[in-house]
Design a protein around this ligand. Structure first.
Ligand SMILES: NC(=O)c1ccc[n+]([C@@H]2O[C@H](COP(=O)([O-])OP(=O)(O)OC[C@H]3O[C@@H](n4cnc5c(N)ncnc54)[C@H](O)[C@@H]3O)[C@@H](O)[C@H]2O)c1
Length: 331
């Protein structure tokens, strides 16, 4: 297959591109605008005959049309993805997450090309810490931030284009990813790189917020499974039963890097900070037979720490500017 991967120079998109090149015969064309979050170095080492990079905006209708016309499928990762940035300036989130997704949908509609839309469990809002329930495909949408509301809007556009125009699309909503190539603004890389630089990790508020962690490589294998076997029009939740609160994650990182577990600082909590996310991925596991490979979060985290230790040249250029931005926000 000829795949277009939007946002393939970002964190999860680049992990997916490496996964596809390693595990399939597909050809991949990455379409990426290279915002501050995109990094061509994340795609180093890919074979020239299997991979093409196109710099461009998913909201550029002419460019998107030309690329989609020659493709068998589009896997859509490109997004403005950082909650904190969406609180500061929501407009780019509307431009990319809503208008960009609309532009892609119109192109796959015109050319009858298969579409897979990548989304997040944040569209469901949050759960109480002691709620026995987890999110399922039937949970009502209840997004909290400009980021999650634009992702929710893009999911609904995909559903409408399936129903109204017969677009051949599937959707996945995944929990929080960790792994290599994640920008240092995000929680886990920020804490790891702080400790690697001899600085103290920063914990939002009391750190009791719970996230359901999945390794990015497991997210990639799930997306390939859905692309291969998913039923058109269906939504699949992707998760690996990795619930952990932020305080425990910081303590684990400190421990694994040989520091006292309490050597971190508390910083201002994020406004509207979601309490807990938790995914029930039974549908994906039972209907499509998918299983995660990284079932031990501690081992996956250790491998991720090793990657950041070995790849300082990849993250160091972004670290100072990222910390300056956080400092200005009191975080
Ligand atoms: N990070 C997570 O834990 C997580 C969890 C579930 C779902 N998701 C979803 O996965 C996708 C990827 O997330 P990520 O964490 O890798 O994000 P990221 O910010 O690391 O990467 C986004 C990529 O999209 C590109 N991009 C942004 N705007 C663009 C535009 N207008 N045109 C073309 N390219 C553009 C950026 O340059 C970057 O390479 C997003 O759709 C996000 O909502 C992320």
């Amino acid at each position: 297959m000829k795949l277009i991967v939007t946002g393939g120079a970002g964190f999860i998109g680049s992990n997916f591109v490496h996964h596809v090149i390693e595990h399939t015969d597909h050809h991949v064309t990455v379409l990426d605008k290279l915002t501050y979050a995109g990094n061509l170095a994340s795609l180093d080492g890919l074979p020239d005959d299997r991979f093409t990079f196109v710099k461009g905006d998913i909201a550029d209708a002419a460019l998107v049309d030309e690329l989609v016309a020659g493709a068998d499928a589009v896997v859509h990762y490109a997004a403005e993805s950082h909650n904190d940035n969406s609180l500061d300036d929501p407009k780019p989130f509307l431009d990319t997450n809503i208008i960009g997704t609309y532009t892609l949908l119109e192109a796959v509609r015109r050319h009858s090309v298969r579409f897979h839309h990548i989304s997040t469990d944040e569209v469901y809002g949050d759960l109480e810490l002691d709620d026995p329930n987890r999110f399922t495909e039937a949970t009502p949408y209840n997004p909290s931030s400009p980021y999650s509301s634009t992702k929710a809007g893009s999911d609904l556009l995909v559903r409408a284009w399936v129903r109204s125009f017969g677009v051949q699309a599937t959707i996945s909503n995944c929990s929080n990813n960790y792994g290599p190539y994640q920008h240092v603004e995000k929680f886990i890389p920020r804490q790891i790189t702080n400790v690697l630089r001899g600085e103290r990790p920063k914990l939002y508020g009391a750190g009791l917020n719970v996230r359901d962690w999945i390794h990015a490589d497991d997210h990639s294998s799930a997306v390939l499974t859905i692309l291969d076997k998913g039923a058109i029009g269906e939504t699949y939740l992707i998760g690996a039963d990795g619930e952990k609160n932020n305080k425990d994650v910081v303590e684990l990182i400190l421990e694994q890097l040989g520091q006292p577990a309490d050597a971190y600082d508390h910083v201002n909590d994020r406004p509207g900070h979601d309490l807990r996310y938790a995914i029930d991925s039974t549908k994906l596991r039972t209907e499509l037979g998918w299983q995660p490979r990284y079932t031990d979060f501690t081992a996956g985290l250790a491998a991720t720490i090793d990657w950041y230790r070995d790849n300082e040249a990849w993250w160091a250029p972004q670290k100072d500017a990222t910390e300056a931005r956080y400092a200005a926000q009191g975080q």
